[in-house]
Design a protein around this ligand. Sequence first.
Ligand code: NAP
Length: 275
Amino acid sequence: MMTCPILSTGELMPVIGLGTWRAFDVGSEEAGRRPLRQVLQRLLDDGGRIIDTSPMYGQAEAVTGDLLAESGARPRRFLATKVWTTGRERGIEQMRRSAQLLRTEVIDLMQIHNLVDWRTHLATLRRMKEEGRVRYIGITHYMTGALPELARILRAEPGIDFVQLGYSLATRAAETELLPIAADRGVAVIANRPLERGDLFRRVRRHALPDWAREFDCASWAQLLLKYVLAEPAVTCVIPATGNPDHMQDNLGAGFGSLPDARQREQIRELWAMM
Ligand SMILES: NC(=O)c1ccc[n+]([C@@H]2O[C@H](COP(=O)([O-])OP(=O)(O)OC[C@H]3O[C@@H](n4cnc5c(N)ncnc54)[C@H](OP(=O)(O)O)[C@@H]3O)[C@@H](O)[C@H]2O)c1
C-alpha cells in the first residue's frame, strides 16, 4: 500500500485506515462482531495500520481492543483514540480507561476530540508523550466551522503531531483553510468523513464510473472518492468507517496504484458539480 510520512518523525503511515464510529459499536454479540473481525483482518493483511476510535463511540473501543487481541495482529496496528470530556482528572481517567479497553500500554495517537477542553488536555498529552505513554498527539474536529480554530491552534501550539478534520469531495474547505497550514507546521493530516457518512454514494451511484477513472487505477466510486482526498499532498491518510468486509476491501483498493494528478482532480470536481 502507498505510504506517507508522519511529518514530525518520518515514520511511514499507510494511506488507508479505518474509522470505527457506528460500525464498531456492536456490543458482545458474535453476529455483530464476526464481520468486524474480517474488516480488521483485511485492513491489516493489505498493509493498513491506523484504526481510529473514541470513548464517544459507545462500545467501539472495547470491540476494537477485543478483536485485535484475538487476532494476534496487534503489533502491526496503529491505534488512534481520543479524549472527550472536560477537566484534567476526568481526562486522565478516560485515557487510562481507553488504554485498558484497547488492551495496550502505549496508545500510538491520542487526540483531543472536537477540541473539547483542549487547553487542559493538551498539557496532559504533552506530559504523556514525554513519559512515553502516547507516541503522538493530535487535535480533531469534523465541521468546516471549526477549521479556523484548528488553524489557530496549529499556529500557536508547538508539538502537535496530527490534525484530524472533515475532508471529502463534497466538503473541500480544508483545501484552502487548513491543509496549507498543516503542511507549513509539519503536522500530519487524517481526513475523516471522506464518504460523508456514506451519503456521497447516494449521489454517485446513479451514474456509471467514468472510463478515465482507470487512468489513476480506480475500479469503484469509493476508490475515486478516497483517491481524490489522498491526492492532496498535505493529507497523510484517510479513515473511512465500515463494518462490511467487502467495503473494506473496496476502500483498500484506493491505497494502490496511482493518484489523480491536478488535471484529473479538476475533472473529478467538474463531474461532481454536474451530478
Ligand atoms: N471529530 C472527530 O474526531 C471525528 C468526526 C467524524 C468522524 N471521525 C472519524 O472518521 C471516521 C470516518 O467518518 P464517518 O464514519 O463519519 O463516515 P465515512 O467514513 O465518511 O462513511 C462511513 C459510511 O460509509 C459506508 N461505506 C464505507 N465504505 C463503503 C464502500 N466502499 N461502499 C459503500 N459504502 C461504504 C459505511 O457503511 P458500511 O458500514 O455499510 O460499509 C458507513 O456508513 C469515523 O468512523 C471516525 O473514526 C472523527
